[in-house]
Design a protein around this ligand. Structure first.
Ligand SMILES: Cc1cc2nc3c(=O)[nH]c(=O)nc-3n(C[C@H](O)[C@H](O)[C@H](O)COP(=O)(O)OP(=O)(O)OC[C@H]3O[C@@H](n4cnc5c(N)ncnc54)[C@H](O)[C@@H]3O)c2cc1C
Length: 503
């Protein structure tokens, strides 16, 4: 009966491994299945206050101090100094113009900094996923999880009694694993959606983007660039290098995430198709959406058109992933996360939205928390069924509102003021949710999307931004009042938000 378990988890990324750790610690027999060995390159690196709050809650509740240490920069450095990560004090945005060095006549005209933490000690982090995922996988094995590495899941059958048989292919043949529960934590591979023929809901998403990304050494400091250009950095609430840097261009945006091993994650995310609201002269007609092969190991060519970015990356050299620069087709994919009784997908297996706002890690961890509740707490049939329905409701509503927010941010990217307002809507929801966690509540939905007054307002505000409504500034700052504890939309702070931190 080696291959008979209580819960089979498909995918040993950070989410699958954390779920496996906690279920094993609770006394269940767990199989953790992955087609790839560790360490392996993975994207999705920038954590957020929400992600870290959920991680800390889970770790404390289940007495996993090594996991809790990963929830702030300070405890990470103290407890896991050899595990690579980056310091993230917040989000920074800079609007570049093709052919011109970065400049702004007035502070905040082309830049926005939103603090996410009050100091370095409690800062968030960028996860160097190949090491972090490997560490978490190993921790799960230490807790007795059974590993099935090198096993690619190709089919799942359900018996008349309701248990599952997972079929995998591996180097020495085929295997089966029997389980009462199946949790799909296969991320963007969305294995179960494919093998169970789950209806594809991607057409419901408005966001249409693609990414090109890799890791590089030798990327210069953005703070130093700003100093060299004579830009004011004194008013910055944190060092612009210690952030999820967003460099907005005419066709999308580049992320830069600096790790403490000299490596920087760089990715370009572009809109697919025509963006009607962008300036006339921009070249934004990107209609190819088929995946492209890895042509080179260089940075996206577009960087050369933006002198400040070109200078910052002049000495960059490619370090990974081993198979070269990754270029995706359309990123978005969307499925219902409930497959059948006791067979669920994590939010990140059911949805890939977009890197903007770094929502994936928090969404995955919220899914872990909810699935733990369903399996470990709601053990009665009816109660469990209601909890699964709630899981579906939360996920669908979160996905709908995130899509609205992200899509609007892209559609306004050509006009920095409107883009900033679109970001403020996201930050208001994230901060309201963080505050609820801080007060001991466990909200049923992330990003305050369970508050109908908030979501109705977001829908109206996004429409106002997309429709070029002239009074959008007043409309958004007035409308946000019930949730705006952080002073968002304040013209007096010149896009420098220092006091949004909720931890
Ligand atoms: C370009 C891009 C940038 C992003 N940036 C951010 C960010 O900055 N911040 C953020 O919070 N989120 C970000 N995300 C989202 C983030 O990547 C995901 O939310 C996160 O990686 C999901 O982790 P996971 O553990 O659920 O799955 P993954 O880390 O994807 O792990 C899935 C595992 O399943 C395994 N697997 C796949 N198929 C099979 C199979 N058939 N059988 C067995 N095993 C299988 C894989 O080998 C893998 O190890 C980004 C996403 C993209 C696409």
């Amino acid at each position: 009966m080696k291959n008979k378990v209580d819960v089979a988890i498909i995918g040993s990324g950070f989410a699958g491994s954390i779920l496996a750790m906690i279920l094993a610690k609770s006394g269940l027999r767990i199989a953790l299945i992955d087609s790839m060995p560790h360490p392996r390159f993975a994207i999705g690196e920038s954590s957020t206050p929400l992600a870290d709050m959920i991680l800390r809650r889970l770790a404390r509740l289940h007495q996993l101090p090594s996991l809790e240490a990963l929830s702030t920069w300070g405890t990470w450095q103290k407890n896991h100094p050899r595990l690579t990560c980056g310091r993230k004090r917040g989000f920074s945005y800079y609007r570049h113009q093709r052919g011109h060095v970065f400049s702004e006549h007035q502070l905040g005209e082309q830049s926005l900094l939103v603090a996410a933490s009050a100091n370095d000690d409690v800062a968030d982090t960028h996860w160097y996923r190949q090491e972090v995922d490997s560490f978490l996988f190993q921790e799960s094995l230490n807790l007795g999880v059974l590993e099935f590495i090198g096993h690619r899941i190709v089919a799942v059958d359900r018996s008349a009694e309701g248990s599952y048989t997972l079929h995998s292919i591996h180097a020495s043949g085929e295997s089966t694993i029997r389980s009462d529960w199946v949790i799909d934590a296969s991320g963007a591979a969305g294995v179960s959606a494919k093998i169970m023929n789950q209806p594809d809901l991607t057409h419901k998403l408005q966001t249409k983007t693609r990414s090109t990304y890799a890791h590089y050494k030798g990327i210069g400091s953005w703070t130093q660039q700003l100093c060299k250009l004579g830009q004011d950095i004194q008013q910055n609430p944190f060092d612009a290098d210690d952030a999820a840097q967003h460099h907005l261009t005419e066709t999308g945006w580049l992320w830069m995430l600096r790790f403490n091993n000299g490596i920087t994650s760089v990715g370009l995310t572009e809109w697919i198709g025509e963006m009607p609201t962008w300036p006339e002269n921009s070249s934004h007609h990107l209609n190819q959406c088929a995946p492209r092969t890895n042509e080179s190991q260089s940075l996206p060519r577009l960087v050369e058109d933006y002198p400040s970015l070109a200078e910052m990356t002049a000495t960059a050299s490619f370090v990974g992933p081993p198979n070269g620069v990754q270029s995706t087709g359309r990123l978005q994919r969307f499925f219902n996360p409930l497959l059948s009784p006791r067979y669920l997908m994590l939010p990140t297996a059911a949805l890939t939205l977009d890197p903007l706002h770094s929502t994936g890690i928090a969404h995955a961890l919220a899914g872990v928390e909810r699935i733990l509740d369903i399996i470990l707490v709601r053990s009665q049939g009816k109660e469990q069924m209601l909890a699964m329905q709630q899981y579906e409701t939360s996920f669908l509503q979160e996905s709908r509102i995130l899509d609205e927010l992200v899509n609007t941010a892209y559609l306004t990217m050509g006009d920095f003021e409107r883009f900033t307002a679109a970001c403020m809507l996201y930050f208001a929801g994230a901060i309201a949710c963080e505050e609820r966690y801080q007060q001991g509540e466990v909200p049923s939905h992330l990003w305050n999307t369970d508050d109908p007054a908030f979501t109705n307002f977001v829908t109206r505000a996004c429409a106002a931004l997309r429709d070029h409504q002239e009074d959008y500034q007043d409309m958004i700052s007035d409308g946000l009042l019930p949730w705006n504890t952080a002073g968002l939309m304040d013209p007096g702070v010149q896009n420098r938000y220092a006091y949004t931190a909720t931890k």
